[in-house]
Ligand binder design. Structure first.
Ligand code: SF4
Length: 382
């Protein structure tokens, strides 16, 4: 398998990434949510400056693709006017946090309001270093990538290093913020950041770093089932929400719409009867709900295969209850979790992984596109 090119950073609003179809401008919605008015305005901006589609990402961000360089400054000013970007690039870089869409009290938002500014006191953290605010009786973001996790209920909060089996009890939101800063500082001071400026907490612990005992004495709450479309959670094929579909969503509720790392938008107290756009996924197992595919060729320069076209062609053949992930390369941007069938592009062909992630060993190598329908048959059919 060819190793993917790891950029070590993700695009943001201030720091867009150039792709084959133009700039990718990624918005990190404050508190992992947008108001209906902000969502409708984003739909307009996607039409005015991009491809007319908003892409929901596995980092609970919303991104506009296909932005011409000459349009970027105008788009950035519009996002600023909507209150959708941080006050500075530095603050945006420190705002790499995801909140649980199932939070029921204010503690997660209290933490998220304060944490980025408090982190400004530290030397820069690696660009991908992130915080997962997964408060509540159950953990809904256990499979979401993050380096420091805040978990538990308001009266029993813990702060936990990713990769550690247990965390440290804290008394309230303010104490949780301070504990996050202390743990990030411990990560820096114990060599978690490499000479290239990269580093992740899980890798640091796996390499032998030992947390002080006080940081690893309270186990986290149990894990909830994987979130799916339904009960107010609305998806779209490959996480691509056309502007017209976003406007329908914006009209369906007057409450903030929560953005999740599962490429689902969560509507509360909503009237879903107006959600008629054919690309929307309103219940599990419908449409492209079980299919995942990254941008792929030609828009992503790392891809040698078309991903979403391939996935759409295979969708009618996918056995009921199974999941399919078509990835343009071994980076696996579309899905970090295992799928029943994972196809990874390499030199214009595909490697097949059964019941695994993009990083698992393939069971078949170098499949041509016309062989792919056979992957759903008996294993010796290939
Ligand atoms: S996984 Fe897909 S989108 Fe991500 S870098 Fe590889 S080809 Fe590009």
């Amino acid at each position: 398998m060819v190793d993917p090119i790891i950029q070590g950073w993700c695009p943001g609003s201030y720091r867009p990434m150039m792709a084959g179809d133009g700039l990718v401008v990624r918005v990190r919605p404050p508190l992992s949510q947008v108001s209906p008015a902000q969502l409708a305005a984003l739909a307009d901006l996607a039409e005015d400056h991009g491809t007319g589609v908003i892409e929901a990402t596995s980092r609970a961000n919303l991104q506009i693709r296909g932005v011409a360089e000459a349009r970027f400054a105008t788009l950035l000013a519009a996002l600023d006017g909507l209150g959708l970007i941080a006050a500075s690039a530095e603050l945006e870089a420190r705002s790499n946090l995801i909140l649980s869409p199932h939070r029921e009290d204010s503690v997660a938002e209290d933490i998220a309001h304060t944490l980025p500014k408090t982190l400004m006191d530290l030397p820069p953290l690696p660009a991908k270093f992130g915080f997962v605010i997964d408060t509540g009786a159950m953990r809904h973001l256990a499979t979401t990538s993050g380096d420091i996790r805040v978990e538990g209920t308001k009266d029993a909060l813990i702060v936990r290093a990713d990769g550690a089996a247990a965390g440290r009890r804290v008394t309230d939101a303010n104490a949780a913020v301070q504990a996050c800063v202390d743990l990030a500082r411990w990560f820096q001071e114990t060599g978690g950041v490499g000479p290239d400026g990269r580093g992740r907490m899980r890798r640091h612990l796996a390499a032998g770093a030992v947390l002080p005992p006080a940081w690893a004495n309270i186990p986290p709450p149990p894990t909830a089932a994987q979130m799916q479309a339904g009960s107010g959670a609305v998806g779209a094929g490959f996480g691509l929400f056309p502007a017209a579909a976003l406007r329908q969503i914006a009209r369906a509720t007057s409450h903030p719409i929560r953005v999740t790392p599962f490429r689902l938008l969560v509507l509360r107290k909503a009237d879903l009867t107006g959600l008629t756009h054919p690309d929307l996924i309103l219940s599990p197992g419908t449409g492209l709900a079980a299919i995942h595919g990254c941008t792929g060729a030609p828009a992503c320069p790392q891809a040698t295969v078309q991903t979403r076209t391939t996935a759409r062609a295979l969708a009618p053949l996918l056995p009921a209850g199974k999941t399919l992930h078509v990835s343009g390369c071994a980076k696996g941007c579309a899905l970090q979790r295992p799928a029943d069938f994972t196809l990874v592009g390499r030199d214009g062909r595909f490697d097949l992984i059964r019941d695994g992630t993009v990083g698992a060993p393939p069971s078949q190598y170098g499949l041509a596109p016309d062989q792919l329908p056979l992957i759903f048959g008996p294993q010796n059919a290939l």
